[in-house]
Design a protein around this ligand. Structure first.
Ligand SMILES: CC(C)(COP(=O)(O)OP(=O)(O)OC[C@H]1O[C@@H](n2cnc3c(N)ncnc32)[C@H](O)[C@@H]1OP(=O)(O)O)[C@@H](O)C(=O)NCCC(=O)NCCS
Length: 184
């Protein structure tokens, strides 16, 4: 798999040098609010996570999200696929933009659009889905812009910040992706 280029972003392989930024982001309560992360993470935890990537199915390795800044690329987060079900041609998607100064600029929806293109036009999947906490309104809006539709709700499925919260299931089907591409 080579680097995936969008209009303003690119998705590339994660490198060991990225680990420092990831460590900073997975310890930022504002970033982890919408993620299934609960405990502080040490640099060693993060290095172990990186070392484990070499054993992963190449399709399920995370991708670094970079944006163009002048003539250079700037790392702002990561995203990827996991739990790819070959028989069902389905996969779950995840994303973290850890650089908060880059939130609300459309990079999240652009990264998810690139990942969807990869799901449907490279991996020949039929369904791409994700889970998102109901009160993560920024994420929900960003996913809607990328074409995800609400398909279900896991009631009170997580307990975070002192309360139970519903988890929303959102997905894009291959047919919906195809119609969207025709409209463009
Ligand atoms: C969730 C995340 C990927 C979204 O990426 P992003 O680049 O910030 O989002 P986008 O710019 O694509 O879209 C955000 C949208 O939400 C809107 N939004 C932001 N805060 C909002 C709020 N409080 N209420 C309603 N809409 C809101 C923005 O205005 C924008 O919509 P618009 O373009 O129609 O104006 C990113 O913020 C992130 O990684 N956050 C931390 C980790 C996380 O929560 N990951 C997702 C786990 S499911």
């Amino acid at each position: 798999m080579s680097i995936m280029y969008g209009k303003r972003i690119r998705l590339r392989a994660v490198e060991r040098e990225d680990v420092g930024k990831f460590h900073e982001w997975v310890n930022d309560p504002e970033v982890t609010r919408g993620l299934a992360l609960y405990l502080p993470m040490s640099m060693q935890d993060e290095q172990n996570w990186f070392d484990g990537l070499s054993k992963r199915d190449p399709h399920q390795k995370p991708l670094a999200i970079e944006i163009h800044k002048g003539k250079a690329w700037k790392l702002i987060g990561n995203c990827g696929l996991f739990d790819i079900e070959l028989a069902h041609r389905s996969a779950e998607l995840g994303i973290m933009i850890g650089d908060k100064s880059e939130w609300n600029k459309g990079y999240g929806s652009e990264a998810m659009t690139l990942l969807l293109r990869h799901c449907f036009e490279t991996l020949n999947l039929n369904r791409a889905f994700l889970r998102v906490y109901e009160d993560n309104v920024r994420a929900v809006r960003s996913y809607e812009k990328a074409g995800f539709v609400l398909e279900g709700r896991l009631r009170q499925a997580v307990y975070k910040n002192g309360k139970y919260e519903d988890v929303l299931l959102m997905s894009v089907l291959r047919s919906e992706w195809a119609s969207r591409m025709k409209e463009k």
